[in-house]
Design a protein around this ligand. Structure first.
Ligand code: HEC
Ligand code: HEC
Length: 197
């Protein structure tokens, strides 16, 4: 009658290496406050990033922040700075960070606008059928908020999609290839004029 137990023990022993090989490496000395301070050294003490190429993350969608951290960490989205930082966190830690920043208010950034931007932007939006997913650009779950985002960052990340540098959302690569550089520039500025609370 002992046989089934022995068999079970052997089965578990055989499984153990497979289970422990599952990647879920947590940062040992994780203290949310300390990690948040690190994030804010670039993404801003008051939500306004310290460099124009750094995105706003205060008030961004929870699920979007979480998936980006996981994508950077796993190499699906590559960036010298963010890949190294995000690789340190496991799922639960990434969730805590996402929860923290999603709950903060979106900062108010200066509006940047040039004559003719709206016309070009609207053409691009129609061509790329952006509104089907982005609605009024306020964000929803895994769709990021774009309204009021940093224009330099937006322009850079749209070019990264267009040039197959950012590869974590394949739909966007083909979408951005339909837009010329002028339209991308106009869109980036146009998004600063959309104010959603
Ligand atoms: C040294 C500066 C720096 C630090 C520190 C930093 N970031 Fe970033 N972060 C960046 C840059 C630059 C980008 C844009 C990278 C790119 O183009 O892919 C970015 C992008 C992001 C994005 C993607 C935003 C989007 O709209 O797609 C998220 C989310 C993010 N960071 C969260 C964090 C969190 C959370 C922390 C702290 C654990 C953190 N960052 C720390 C510089 C930094
Ligand atoms: C099929 C749905 C869909 C369409 C159409 C679409 N998007 Fe997106 N977009 C998304 C999703 C989903 C993401 C987040 C991808 C990720 O997880 O990295 C995104 C990300 C973005 C980002 C990156 C934001 C950031 O914070 O990094 C920009 C900018 C953007 N879209 C602009 C546009 C524009 C402009 C158009 C039209 C020309 C467009 N999108 C069309 C679904 C779509």
């Amino acid at each position: 009658m002992r046989l089934p137990f022995v068999t079970l023990a052997w089965t578990l022993a055989a499984l153990a290496p497979t289970l422990s090989a599952t990647p879920s490496i947590a940062k040992d000395d994780f203290v949310l406050e300390d990690e948040v301070a690190l994030c804010m050294s670039c993404h801003g003490e008051d939500g306004i990033p310290i460099e124009p190429e750094y995105p706003v993350i205060w008030g961004q969608e929870y699920f979007y922040i979480y998936t980006q951290l996981r994508d950077y960490g796993a190499g699906r989205r590559e960036n010298d700075t963010m890949s190294a930082i995000a690789a340190e966190y496991d799922r639960d830690q990434a969730k805590l960070l996402a929860e923290h920043f999603a709950a903060l208010p979106w900062p108010e950034l200066p509006v940047v606008y040039q004559e003719g931007d709206q016309q070009l932007a609207e053409k691009g939006i129609t061509r790329g059928q952006c509104s089907a997913c982005h609605g009024k650009w306020q964000g929803d779950s895994r769709i990021p908020r774009i309204a009021g985002q940093q224009p330099h960052y937006l322009s850079q990340t749209m070019h990264d999609f267009k040039n197959d540098v950012r590869m974590n959302a394949p739909d966007l690569n083909s979408t951005m290839k339909q837009l010329d550089d002028e339209t991308i520039a106009a869109l980036s500025r146009y998004f600063t004029t959309i104010n959603v609370q």
